[in-house]
Ligand binder design. Structure first.
Ligand SMILES: [Zn+2]
Ligand SMILES: [Zn+2]
Length: 167
């Protein structure tokens, strides 16, 4: 059997059973961490897995609360240190858009963020197509390693709610 056929039948089986094994997901996260030279441990796997499956830009507190039941040995300090390690290795991004609450993003692609000041949700937006400022800096021999695009305001849902309350 060809590999592609094998994959297909496996895929079918998974779809039929509507079953995505937890182990399979963890193996992906395991490989993901290895690809960033992060040695996978149970706690690191759990935290990375949470980041990859929750694109809500969670804070340390949120991740800790979500995982502490399953991993009783987990502490907030471990969560903090683990996230710091991920950021250092480029496996996750740290966002400082909310100055009261540093949060983390498992999506490491370049994108912009919008913080709603009413509901505190952080939205993903495409990054500016052409960054004139960066181009100018590079022309002047600056090496730009990081770009952060932060916008703040009121999201459409909250704006709508305000409008309804005003009526
Ligand atoms: Zn909002
Ligand atoms: Zn994001």
């Amino acid at each position: 059997m060809q590999i592609s056929q094998k994959c297909l039948s496996l895929q079918k089986k998974i779809n039929c059973n509507n079953y995505k094994s937890e182990r399979e997901v963890l193996m992906k996260t395991y490989d993901y961490l290895l690809s960033f030279n992060v040695k996978p441990s149970v706690q690191r796997l759990a935290i990375m897995d949470y980041l990859l499956t929750h694109r809500t830009h969670p804070s340390i507190e949120e991740i800790y609360l979500a995982l502490c039941d399953d991993i009783p040995t987990l502490s907030k300090t471990t969560v903090y240190n683990t996230l710091k390690l991920f950021v250092e290795h480029g496996a996750a991004q740290m966002l400082t858009i909310d100055e009261k609450n540093v949060c983390y993003d498992g999506d490491i692609s370049l994108h912009a963020h919008f913080l709603c000041k009413k509901c505190n949700k952080i939205f993903d937006l495409p990054a500016p197509e052409e960054d004139v400022q960066v181009r100018r800096m590079q022309e002047n021999a600056f090496q730009v390693d990081e770009m952060h695009y932060y916008y703040k305001g009121v999201c459409p849902a909250c704006k709508q709610m305000d409008k309804e309350q005003a009526n």
